[in-house]
Design a protein around this ligand. Structure first.
Ligand code: CO
Length: 134
C-alpha cells in the first residue's frame, strides 16, 4: 500500500545554519523558506533526485517541533513521509490493523497542498510516520 518515500523530515534548531549545511557542504538544491502557521513550522525542502529532505524549524509558541528540539538540542530525524494513492483508504486500513492516527484522525492539508495524516510513532517502530496522498 505505501508508495514512494516523499520526504524525510529533520528538525533543526537553527534553520539558516541547516540551509548553509545542505547548500554549501552537501551541495544540495534548497527551496525558499515557507511558514506554515497551521502546522507551527517553518520549512525548506532539499530536492534530491529520488526524494526530498524537509528541514523543520519551530514557528510560534505552540510548535509541535519545540518539544522534540528540547529533547534533541542539536536536531534530529523527526518523521518519514510515505505516499499513498488514497489517504482515506490507507487510514481506514491502518486503523483496522490497530494503528493510531494523531489528532482528530482527519487528514489536513500539508506542505505540498495535499492531504496528510500523522501516525503514532509507537505503532511504527519508534518513527513518526506521515502519509501524503500522492
Ligand atoms: Co513532512
Amino acid at each position: 500500500m505505501i508508495g514512494r518515500l516523499n520526504h524525510v523530515a529533520i528538525a533543526v534548531p537553527d534553520l539558516d545554519a541547516a540551509i548553509r549545511t545542505y547548500k554549501n557542504v552537501l551541495g544540495g538544491t534548497v527551496s525558499d523558506k515557507m511558514d506554515e502557521p497551521d502546522h507551527g513550522v517553518t520549512v525548506v525542502f532539499v530536492e534530491l533526485p529520488n526524494t526530498k529532505i524537509e528541514l523543520l524549524h519551530p514557528l510560534g509558541d505552540k510548535s509541535p517541533i519545540q518539544a522534540f528540539l528540547d529533547k534533541n538540542p542539536s536536531g534530529g530525524m523527526h518523521h518519514v513521509c510515505y505516499e499513498v494513492d488514497d489517504i482515506m483508504v490507507a487510514r481506514d486500513r491502518m486503523v483496522d490493523e490497530g494503528a493510531r492516527v494523531l489528532g482528530d484522525g482527519e487528514p489536513r492539508i500539508g506542505a505540498h497542498g495535499k492531504p496528510v495524516l500523522f501516525l503514532h510513532p509507537k505503532d511504527f517502530c519508534g518513527t513518526l510516520v506521515e502519509l501524503e496522498q500522492a
